[in-house]
Design a protein around this ligand. Structure first.
Ligand code: HEC
Length: 114
């Protein structure tokens, strides 16, 4: 028989699990065309090929052409504070699950463009 104390704790554990362990695999399907529009503000810093980087001497990681799940996981991590870089945390906090999925889908394909 399950002790009543454990039964009361169970929903709390389930909620905690949902909040803390969000992974790229749980995101909705991404749409690269929507992602192109949503990634507009990212270009200034990340210099996606074909776009001018407005900060030529500002070091940022290359994100165009990266693995889609990796990109989505990175953005989730910034949003949830598991990655602490302040600039990217601020970016992540503006993004919904759907935004992250769309942007990751777009960026993963962006490296293939001429
Ligand atoms: C103001 C400049 C700036 C803007 C705007 C910006 N980023 Fe970043 N981004 C950075 C910097 C700096 C880092 C490195 C942060 C770190 O060391 O964790 C980074 C890191 C990342 C990473 C992690 C890359 C890796 O390989 O670990 C991803 C993914 C990313 N950005 C995506 C985006 C997306 C998507 C947007 C638009 C919604 C965006 N960034 C907008 C500056 C920016």
């Amino acid at each position: 028989m399950i002790h009543p104390f454990r039964m009361r704790l169970l929903p709390a554990f389930l909620l905690l699990g949902l909040g803390v362990t969000a992974t790229a695999a749980e995101l909705p399907a991404g749409d690269a065309d929507r992602g192109r529009t949503k990634a507009y503000t990212c270009r200034g810093c990340h210099g996606i090929p074909g776009y001018r980087n407005v900060y030529p001497h500002y070091h940022v990681p290359l994100i165009a052409g990266q693995n889609e799940a990796y990109l989505a996981q990175a953005l989730l991590s910034y949003r949830e504070g598991r990655r602490r870089h302040p600039t990217m945390r601020a970016q992540g906090l503006t993004l919904s699950d759907q935004d992250i999925a769309d942007i990751a889908a777009f960026l993963a394909r962006a490296g293939e463009r001429p």
